[in-house]
Design a binder for this molecule. Structure first.
Ligand code: PEP
Ligand code: MG
Length: 588
């Protein structure tokens, strides 16, 4: 059997992008391009007539978007659908509507032109942001502008899409992606967009292979062309050769078989062949993902990233709204536990207040920000307590680097409890409280910190970044971001070994936990619990079930004695190829 590298060789029918949602599909392409909605200037009618036309188009746009919003709620849950609510809010912005109408009247211009010019101001402002997320949201606003202009021109959104196609487009708006999801789309490939683009997010929630940021994909693909999407590695093959097709057909077949096998594993424990049990939890970024985690047999939620709520809605939710969100999630996974992480704001994530910081990753991030904004922190802490009445909620704080931060948070928790007692509001008096271990100082102090809390959760994404002094999002230093660097492995082993005598439980929730190559190492050091994206659960469980604790311990000892990452990788890869590769989807 040839390898993917050999198949890629010097093939010139391949477009490379960012792997955004795992999976493979071989099928027919639908080249999707929205008709351009150029807003040409021209002779305007009487202002009253033009304003009436604008109002009709606005009402129609609202109606359309309302439908999309309802569909999104049904497909992806309330929280995720909130982005459409945000779009609807733009349409309801009285100041914007008033400005547009005033300009139509005063300048005697056609509404198309005024709408474009006014909404472009919003877009330009958002494009000035250095945050990728805000730039993506600018595209959402562009979608609203085009929708109104299209309705002014009385054009309809025609989607000629048939079932079972791979949608290839320069760019997909959130609404496109949601509407397509009704049509049994089997894959998404876009020229632009990153991992936070909606095509990517929706594809991951719906478990459809996707490649984003594949520059030139749209231009290279004809309507109806045969294509292969490899969402594991980020490739689009256009008009595949017989050899390429045969290679992927074989993979798809193995993947299908594996999926059936994995489904059967749903209710089996993640246990090694010699009886060592590992708890397998799911990371949740959006409420819509709970369907998949339940289906995949997660034993609970190990990490709920609450800052996602702010990323999606752009606002800090009020206490009652937070209680609703947390309680709904807790109810969905009940009686299994859910670990709610306090807002991890700052760094490269959303910032509510725009402090200028030269080094945001080393700045006011996570618990530092929260303690600096006590009111906001208290609101969230009260909401988490209120959502804990069924006793399956845990609470943890991110980016801890000192014991004072832990003690200060405990004081804040006590204050919230007192208030709730006075109000007579019920909550779980034993709510477990823990910390993320993702800063080297916390890792070194693991046993001291462990004595202060009920659990530790290791965040490898940040731990690696801070240990290696390498920005986790910077391509230029990507090769220094080393999961298997001896310093990383020794730190992980140190945390587990030194925390053990305190009886405080330790889990890991960074991306490394979802890497099947790293599974034997985690089992070997005695990591009790892994929290991974819902889609990765069956694969990791399957890997664990094919390992023995004893052989993992031997592998771990061997790795911990090595001094270079490439040496560790050699050992790990050999083990992986001999014992694991056949049990993962990627190497099916
Ligand atoms: C981590 O740092 O590993 C982690 C899980 O947190 P986040 O990725 O949200 O920073
Ligand atoms: Mg982190």
């Amino acid at each position: 059997m040839r390898t993917l590298g050999e198949i890629l060789g010097d093939a010139d029918n391949v477009v490379r992008g960012i792997p955004a949602a795992p999976g493979l599909y071989i099928g027919v392409a639908h080249r999707y391009a929205k008709e351009a909605v150029g807003a040409r200037d021209g002779d305007a009618d009487e202002p009253d007539v033009e304003i009436e036309r604008f109002r009709e188009a606005l009402a129609k746009s609202k109606k359309e978007l309302g439908k999309v919003f309802n569909l999104a709620k049904e497909k992806m849950g309330e929280t995720r659908a909130a982005i459409f609510e945000a779009q609807l809010m733009v349409l309801d912005d009285a100041a914007l509507v008033e400005t547009i109408e005033r300009r139509i009247r005063e300048e005697g211009r056609r509404p198309e032109v005024v709408v474009e010019s006014e909404i472009n101001k919003y877009i330009e402002m958002m494009n000035l942001s250095t945050e990728a997320y805000m730039k993506e949201r600018a595209l959402d606003i562009e979608d609203i502008r085009n929708r109104i202009v299209r309705n002014l021109q009385k054009k309809r959104w025609e989607s000629k899409i048939t079932e079972n196609v791979v949608v290839v487009a320069e760019h997909l708006t959130p609404a496109d992606t949601i509407l397509f999801s009704r049509r049994n789309v089997k894959g998404y490939v876009t020229d632009f967009g990153g991992l936070t683009s909606h095509a990517a997010i929706v594809a991951r929630s719906l478990d459809i292979p996707a490649v984003v940021g594949a520059h030139g994909a749209a231009e290279r693909t004809r309507e109806g062309a045969e294509v292969i999407v490899d969402g594991f590695h980020g490739y689009l093959f256009v008009d595949p050769t017989d050899e390429q097709r045969a290679f992927f057909e074989d993979k798809v077949e193995k993947l299908e078989r594996l999926k059936i096998e994995l489904k059967e594993l749903r209710d089996s424990p993640a246990e090694t062949t010699d009886g060592k049990r590992v708890e397998l939890l799911a990371n949740v970024d959006v409420s819509g993902e709970t369907a998949l985690l339940v289906a995949n047999g997660a034993e609970g939620v190990g990490l709920y990233r609450t800052e996602q709520i702010i990323e999606e809605t752009g606002v800090f939710p009020e206490e009652d709204r937070q209680v609703e969100i947390y309680a709904e999630l807790a109810a969905r996974v009940y009686p299994n536990p859910i670990t709610i992480r306090a807002f991890d704001l700052g760094g490269d994530k959303v910032r509510l207040f725009h402090h200028k910081e030269a080094n945001p990753f080393l700045g006011l991030r996570g618990v530092r920000f929260l303690l600096d904004n006590r009111k906001l922190f208290k609101t969230q802490t009260r909401a988490v307590l209120r959502a804990s009445v069924n006793r399956n909620v845990k609470y943890m704080i991110p980016m801890v680097s000192t014991i004072e931060e832990i003690r200060e948070t405990k004081r804040l928790l006590a204050e919230c409890r007192r208030e709730l007692d006075e109000e007579g509001t019920p909550y779980d008096r034993d709510l477990p409280f823990g910390i993320m271990v993702e800063v080297p100082s916390a890792a070194l102090m693991a046993s001291d910190f462990a004595k202060e809390v009920d659990f530790l959760s290791v965040g490898t994404n940040d731990l690696i970044q801070y240990l290696m002094a390498v920005d986790r999002g910077n391509d230029a230093v990507y090769d220094l971001y080393m999961e298997f660097h001896p310093a990383v492995l020794r730190t992980l082993e140190h945390i587990v070994r030194t925390a053990r005598p305190t009886n405080t439980s330790v889990s890991v929730c960074g991306e490394m936990a979802a890497d099947p190559m790293a599974t034997p190492f985690f089992v070997g050091i005695g990591m009790e619990s892994l929290s991974v994206s819902p889609a990765a659960i069956p694969v990791i469980k399957n890997v664990i079930r094919h390992l023995s604790h004893e052989e993992c311990r031997a592998l771990t000892d061997e790795c911990l004695a090595l001094g270079a990452e490439y040496e560790v990788k050699e050992v790990v890869r050999k083990f992986y190829e001999e014992k694991i590769a056949k049990h993962t989807g990627e190497n099916a």
